[in-house]
Design a protein around this ligand. Structure first.
Ligand code: GLA
Length: 852
């Protein structure tokens, strides 16, 4: 106790201190210290607060000067305002709040947490959060069975029912994940200072002596438990303390009980546990029944002092271990509340590798592999289950259910497993009445389905758009419904718009989602990769005048040129270009390869630390082209540290040098250049840098400049008047940038010439009254071609057609279009018909009398 600092943490003392401090500049808060207290009934805690004559908490506080701090002068139990608890009682009721008496197995009892919390709270000036995860009557062999004790490849099944092997192991770590994901709720006054998992304490009862084989396997299981917990939490040397199951009177008559304690003590002798695992001998904490509230010997006779001593000794041991081990990484720091995706989301999605053929085995093994390959720790923390996880009918209450052949324990169990690995849980749905694979979609089930996802612990929803054209709602209306339904659940969930690139960047995707597709589906071919990259970085989905969609992305909202095909392409060199492009474009990094067969080169690409750092740069500036000619592209992505990332790429067939001039990237003079793939300095260059002899698909990705300076200026966004109808009178669409296009780009002599199939979206912003054009099939059309001209409100999935001329033939006379568009924000001109070319001649909007 002598190492404690006196922090005046008692409530009645704190009030005046807080008042005095008011007005003074508060220092930034230190990261929260998080301790996990796990185990069985004795961690749950059966120390009586008031029951019995002797040995209850009231008696202890009255009779033992060391515990005066547990109650105030007024006789009330002290409630700490710097140590907080998340716990559940033996009836699974959640209890949270400032540390005080009553966080035991019942509100009338205490466990080790009480004195543990006081001790660590006194020692650290950080706020402290204790996460209790204890369930009585469980074994390490089955209930808390660590995955690597279950078999070479982990659990045979995702544990989803209390009797399943590993169920409580998974619940324990899933709880830790869930609480930490929402730490602000449990640590009042949390300011985004982040947290540090600082220690793990284990204390249990005698259950593991009951079965002979369980007892025999205990030592091995305990060792694997410690290793697995550390791996799954991502905290390699996490200080770990075991308080032995040392109840003296029972021990004497119980050889298997003794074996249990010996196995616990043996942990101190595992060579690599030296200095990071401690075992506390609790035998001296035993109090006889005569001095205790009860004779219930397997619960320490329910003696409060025993539990206080256990808690104190565990805290002392963890504090001592912490002195020898560098503290664990601070997590979650600087997260602006409400900003769900401050940097582009990273993770893995099942679609590119497995399409419909997913099941719990694949997902479980992928989760394991995301941890063991280092992907999770590199930032890939979402595991997204794409289409075809659901049964082909809803249940009798209309709720979505898993395809039980694929996921026998249901989707909540899958989520718990994912969470237990320190990963986040993503799931797919579609806003159509069915998904793209014709399974139940969410149309007219929006609130119920978003609630199901929240109940299952989902953190990320990919919301597709197949069949949404039938919904009778604009995309902006549809996604707003989902945004509101998600908000109503109270669970923060990322919304990823999957609509093949229908202009969400402009029609307000940002208001309800964190990312939106800019392209159709990506396929494992280099040309498909380039095509998708062009939708975000070039003119693949918008007017060339924008120079890509960079101006619509930034912290909290991202352009998504679709998921990664890294590892699925023909040549590792293609995989590298692909990854470089996605990193410079600040694109979401959703791996799409089969992790079970991932090769080392693929892994090295996905893990390339300096590329990931460029992608995840907090400034969130999407890279943009500073050069684009003859299939040579140079992208520039100014970073937060004053340097800039430059990608030099040769898509053409001729081998050539590619040079970036400093003037193109806002620099001058001598500049250091670092190769991001090779992770080495290339030297100092004056005025420019040349990537020599780049063959087709060859590229260099470098960082230029000296870190630590002021951030370089970013590019200048296209002003709204270029892409928005602003004026009264007539606006020729040929003079306006379209804000979204699909299919071949239109050409513009006297109107828009288009090739089927195409869509072009314009932003009217409510400033136009009529749309006019003269439509006909254009000259290159074959004689038998039939073309259909449609004008839609907003995008194609809105399905709101305000004009339609079907199956025009080349020989048909032009048709005059003159329709009401008043009040509309966007219109889309759609042209379909096999092989046909169409002409929206003299396309224009008009409004009111022209201003003079
Ligand atoms: C669409 C999406 C893909 C995938 C499939 C699933 O094609 O764009 O990413 O989700 O549906 O059916």
């Amino acid at each position: 106790m002598d190492m404690m600092k006196n922090k005046n943490t008692l409530l009645h003392l704190l009030v005046p201190v807080a008042l005095l401090a008011a007005g003074a500049q508060a220092a930034p808060k230190k990261p929260v210290k998080v301790f996990i207290l796990a185990g069985q009934s004795n961690m749950h805690g059966h120390g009586e607060i008031a029951k019995g004559e002797k040995g209850n908490l009231e008696w202890v506080v009255e009779n033992k000067p060391a515990y005066q701090h547990l109650a105030g002068a007024d006789g009330q139990w002290t409630v700490r305002n710097d140590v907080f608890v998340y716990s559940t009682d033996k009836n699974d009721k959640t209890r949270t709040g400032g540390l005080t008496a009553g966080f035991g197995a019942l509100p009338t009892t205490i466990g080790p947490e009480l004195q543990f919390g006081h001790a660590v709270g006194d020692f650290y000036d950080n706020d402290v959060l204790l996460i209790k995860a204890a369930w009585g009557g469980k074994s390490l062999a089955v209930d808390f069975c660590p995955p690597s004790a279950a078999g070479e490849a982990g659990y045979a099944h995702i544990p989803g029912a209390p009797k399943d092997t590993g169920f409580y192991y998974v619940q324990m770590l899933a709880r830790v994940h869930d609480v930490l994901a929402d730490i602000g709720t449990y640590v009042p006054g949390y300011e985004g200072q982040g947290y540090e998992i600082a220690g793990f304490g284990w204390h249990q009862g005698w259950n593991d002596r009951v079965s002979k084989p369980f007892n025999a396997a205990y030592e091995r299981n305990m060792e694997l438990f410690i290793r697995d917990v550390r791996r799954d939490l991502g905290t390699p040397n996490l200080p770990f303390v075991i308080a032995t199951t040392g109840m003296r009177s029972m021990q004497a008559k119980d050889p298997r009980g003794d074996a249990l304690i010996r196995a616990q003590q043996a942990m101190a002798n595992v060579p690599d546990f030296n200095g990071n695992v401690a075992v506390v001998d609790t035998a001296a904490f035993w109090r006889d029944a005569a001095d205790s509230p009860s004779k219930q010997n397997y619960h320490w006779n329910r003696n409060a002092e025993s539990y206080l001593l256990i808690g104190q000794s565990m805290a002392d041991a963890l504090i001592a271990l912490a002195q020898q081990n560098p503290s664990c990484a601070v997590r979650g720091a600087g997260k602006v509340p409400g900003l769900l995706a401050p940097t582009p989301p990273m993770g893995w999605n099942s679609w590119n590798a497995f399409e419909k053929e997913i099941n719990e085995d694949i997902i479980r093994r992928t989760a394991d592999l995301m941890v063991s390959t280092g992907l999770r720790d590199a930032g890939y923390d979402f595991l997204v289950i794409d289409d075809a996880w659901m049964a082909n009918v809803r249940d009798e209450d209309g709720k979505l259910i898993a395809d039980y052949e694929k996921f026998p324990r249901g989707m909540k169990a899958v989520g718990d497993y994912i969470h237990s690995k320190g990963l986040k849980y993503g799931i797919y749905q579609c806003r159509g009445h069915v998904t793209c694979q014709d399974l139940p979609g969410s149309f007219e089930h929006e609130e119920a389905d978003m609630q199901s996802f929240a109940d299952w612990g989902v953190d990320y929803i990919k919301l597709d758009s197949c069949y949404a054209r039938k919904n009778g709602r604009l995309s902006s209306e549809d996604y707003a419904i989902y945004g509101a339904a998600i908000e109503k659940t109270g669970r923060p969930m990322i919304l990823s718009i999957s609509d093949f690139g229908q202009g969400a960047w402009i029609w307000g995707g940002k208001n309800y989602s964190q990312l939106w597709r800019t392209s159709g589906d990506i396929f494992p071919r280099i040309n498909s990769v380039y095509r998708c990259a062009e939708t975000s970085g070039g003119s693949g989905s918008s007017h060339p005048g924008f120079n890509g969609l960079w101006q619509f992305a930034g912290p909290g909202h991202w352009n998504d040129p679709d998921m990664l095909q890294v590892g699925n392409l023909k040549d590792p060199a293609y995989d590298k270009v692909h990854f470089s492009l996605w990193c410079v474009l600040a694109a979401p990094l959703m791996a799409g390869n089969d992790l079970r067969t991932m090769t080392d080169p693929t892994k090295q690409i996905l893990l390339a630390p300096e590329l990931i750092a460029v992608n995840q740069d907090p400034r969130g500036q999407q890279g943009y082209k500073v050069y684009n000619q003859d299939e040579i592209e140079i992208y520039n992505k100014p970073l937060s540290d004053g340097t800039t990332a430059v990608l030099l790429l040769n898509k053409g067939t001729n081998t050539t040098d590619v040079t970036v001039q400093w003037s193109q990237i806002g620099l001058s003079g001598e500049q250091p250049v670092r190769d991001l793939w090779e992770r080495k300095e290339l030297g100092t260059f004056t005025g420019s840098f040349t990537a020599e002899q780049l063959a087709q698909h060859g590229h260099r990705f470098v960082r230029v400049g000296t870190p630590g300076g002021a951030p370089l200026p970013g590019p200048v966004p296209t002003p709204p008047e270029k892409y928005t109808v602003m004026n009264k009178g007539t606006t020729r669409l040929a003079d306006l940038y379209y804000v979204m296009k699909e299919g071949q780009a239109p050409t513009f002599d006297n109107g828009l010439r288009v090739k089927s199939e195409s869509r072009v979206m314009y932003r009217l912003a409510g400033n136009a009254d009529r749309f006019k054009a003269s439509i006909s099939l254009d000259a290159p059309s074959p004689d038998d071609a039939k073309g259909t001209f449609i004008v839609l409100v907003e995008d194609k999935f809105g399905g709101r057609e305000i004009f339609k001329q079907e199956k025009m033939a080349k020989s048909d006379a032009p048709v005059e279009v003159d329709i009401d568009v008043s009040g509309l924000d966007f219109i889309m001109l759609e042209f379909t018909g096999k092989g046909a070319f169409g002409h929206w001649a003299d396309a224009r909007v008009e409004s009111g009398p022209a201003a003079d």
